[in-house]
Write a new protein. Structure first.
Length: 674
């Protein structure tokens, strides 16, 4: 299981995929001095009744979600701007021949191979036929296991996901994780009757895709595929269970794995994945892996082959003729409610960022990332870290032994801003300008084998999960990473009113730092080892506060009858609350002995809270919101605005919130962490 915090990034990247470059509907902004949007506010609403509506109500009323998006908001703007910049870079690369040898030329040709739609159409389904032939030729379950192992470096699928994360046993390298996989939709879509209509749409899509592949008896095969995935879902852990780091760390020797789960031909699987030299793996979801192996052993071979054929075509659909593209998008329309597909150039950039993201990021940083931005950001991180250090040092509920370890862990967090120290060398990657399918296949294999080789060495701090052109912040293995594209308004502007910066990017800094001490992060020590370093009493007090926060969010219904999953979103909700508390303290520290200036008739604290609320303004289609509520560990934006503030005394003071207001919590009911 990858212990990676997609704290801000999951939201940003999801929006980026749906909203890269269309013009953002907006209201006129009044930026008298603070940079806040006053026209977009709804002053008819009391802040204490609905702070999100107070800060963003008029903007929400006037803003329409474009047809090629599932949501709109500041993150979509940031993604749009980064995308437009990337487009300028990529489309200015000279054509260096069908088989370029230099890295920049490969970026240009990979992109051109995607946007050259006539060539893709002329090739038809032929590039996929070789993959389908391998599947059709599978004579037994060992052959199927081989195809599953190859999925990691190609277009296929496996019942078991394999990835590499930081070693949690005390080393400084990698661990190889094996966990449940195999699902195309979120687990809830298969097991919750409320998603029955979505599952029916999915069944129709499977049949359509198999028909495009000329698979025998496509309708019957589609039924068997969906029923098989429903069995996978029933055997799988819930999203909440997968979050628990104490139950997802189960190192086993390869000989033990083969002995305890003999229903699956592991030797063939590992050999095909180029991992036959493994001596140990971490079994992240042990009971579900056992159940899936048993399911594999009893599922008829034709069903397994139909499943592989469908999922291979599905994974490759973006690189095939329009019949496949349109079928795939029809499912997206049914699931998320997005009316129209993104233009081809935007989809080409998504592919490029996925397959050669480091090379694109290097070009992006050279052109668009000023060193002065990094300097200002580093200073902000320093201030927020100092505030959190003081809060940990004075937390009344934390004992001294836990406090010492927490402070050591905070000191060990490394901050990276803008871009990694080193870039990936794509010299060995073969890109040919007229071979989109082959380019993608080779790029996927290149990346997989690069990571397989990398796992044998020390942890690579430069191998970012998201590259500088993505507006993203995240933490991983005691690293706090802010990409270059994240450092732009509304989250960061070195010339802005400090209260606005502290209310936006500084909260994100505090959010990411606090993940090291949330319900997941607290189980990992300052050296990256999974161990219980909290005293029983400290852990008990923390769990009490965490359970209260979970209950608060579980009571929220973003859609009628659909609640937030408080336990699933707990880590992110803790981080929002702790990040806000810490950033506010850092803002107050920055003032020294001076009082905060009143700007635009707002106090410093008022501007701080408004900045956060307006940074998270958002409109999302109901289907997409329902999709997120099923599996996203982040609460919806409205909850990320209203949820944390009602637990902070300073918000009550800033906005004169009283017990008659709807968001009011009695002091004894407010969750207090730092």
């Amino acid at each position: 299981m990858r212990l990676l915090r997609f704290s801000i990034s999951l939201v940003v990247v999801a929006m980026a995929c749906a909203a890269m470059a269309a013009e953002m509907p907006h209201t006129e902004k009044v930026t008298v001095g603070s940079g806040l949007d006053f026209i977009g506010m709804d002053r008819q609403v009391r802040p204490g009744n609905d702070f999100d509506r107070f800060a963003n109500g008029t903007w929400e009323d006037r803003t329409k979600i474009p047809d090629d998006r599932v949501s709109v908001g500041p993150f979509a703007n940031m993604s749009r701007d980064a995308s437009q910049r990337t487009k300028v870079i990529v489309e200015s690369i000279p054509d260096k021949g069908l088989v370029p040898t230099d890295q920049v030329g490969k970026v240009g040709q990979l992109y051109r191979s995607f946007v050259d739609e006539p060539v893709v159409e002329a090739r038809g389904r032929h590039p996929l036929d070789g993959e389908l032939a391998h599947i059709a030729a599978a004579a037994n379950r060992a052959d199927v296991a081989t195809l599953m192992g190859r999925a990691n470096s190609g277009f296929g699928v496996s019942l078991f996901d394999v990835d590499f994360s930081a070693d949690r046993s005390g080393g400084y390298g990698y661990e190889v994780n094996v966990q449940q996989g195999g699902l195309r939709l979120a687990r809830d879509y298969y097991v919750d009757p409320r998603f029955a209509n979505k599952l029916s749409a999915y069944r129709a899509y499977v049949a359509k895709m198999l028909a495009l592949c000329d698979w025998p008896d496509a309708p019957t095969a589609a039924n068997s595929v969906v029923n098989f995935e429903a069995q996978i879902a029933a055997a799988s852990w819930t999203e909440e269970q997968v979050r628990d780091p104490t139950t997802t760390f189960n190192p086993v020797k390869m000989s033990t794995l083969a002995k305890e789960i003999p229903q699956f031909p592991w030797a063939q699987f590992w050999a095909a994945a180029d991992l036959k030299d493994l001596t140990e793996v971490n079994l992240s979801t042990p009971s579900s892996v056992q159940r899936l192996a048993a399911l594999y052993s009893t599922t008829p071979l034709p069903v397994l082959k139909a499943w592989l054929a469908f999922r291979t075509a599905d994974n490759a659909s973006a690189y095939l003729p329009n019949a496949f593209v349109e079928a795939s998008f029809e499912l997206r329309r049914s699931i998320s409610g997005q009316p129209t597909i993104l233009p081809r150039w935007q989809r080409g950039l998504e592919m490029l960022n996925t397959l050669m993201g480091s090379a694109v990021g290097e070009l992006y940083v050279e052109r668009y990332y000023p060193a002065s931005t990094e300097e200002a950001m580093v200073e902000l991180v320093k201030n927020v870290r100092a505030a959190l250090k003081r809060q940990i040092g004075t937390a009344s509920w934390m004992g001294e032994s836990t406090r010492r370890e927490a402070l050591r862990k905070l000191a060990n967090i490394e901050v990276q801003v803008g871009h990694p120290a080193r870039w990936i060398d794509y010299g060995a990657l073969d890109i040919q300008g007229d071979d989109l399918f082959g380019n993608v296949s080779r790029a996927r294999a290149f990346d997989w084998h690069r990571r397989v080789a990398q796992r044998k060495g020390p942890w690579n701090k430069s191998d970012w999960r998201f590259w500088p052109q993505y507006p993203t912040a995240y933490t991983e293995n005691r690293q706090l990473i802010f990409t270059g594209a994240m450092l732009q308004p509304p989250f960061f502007n070195p010339k802005a009113d400090p209260a606005v910066n502290y209310g936006a990017i500084a909260i994100v800094i505090g959010h990411e730092l606090s993940h090291s001490f949330d319900d997941q992060g607290r189980h990992v020590d300052a050296d990256g080892r999974l161990r219980d370093w909290w005293t029983p009493d400290d852990a008990k007090r923390f769990k009490l506060q965490a359970s209260r926060l979970s209950a608060q969010f579980s009571a929220m219904q973003p859609l009628p009858g659909v609640h937030i999953k408080g336990d699933l979103t707990l880590g992110e909700n803790i981080a929002d609350l702790a990040g806000m508390s810490t950033a506010l303290a850092a803002y107050h520290d920055s003032l020294g002995t001076k009082a905060a200036p009143v700007i635009d008739n707002l106090t410093g604290d008022q501007r701080f809270f408004l900045s956060w609320a307006q940074s998270w303004r958002n409109k999302t289609r109901d289907d997409r919101l329902r999709e997120n509520l099923a599996s996203d560990p982040h609460s919806p934006p409205v909850a990320r605005v209203n949820g944390p503030v009602r637990n902070l005394d300073a918000w009550y003071d800033a906005w004169h919130v009283t017990k008659d207001d709807k968001l009011y919590l009695a002091p004894e009911d407010r969750v207090r962490l730092w």
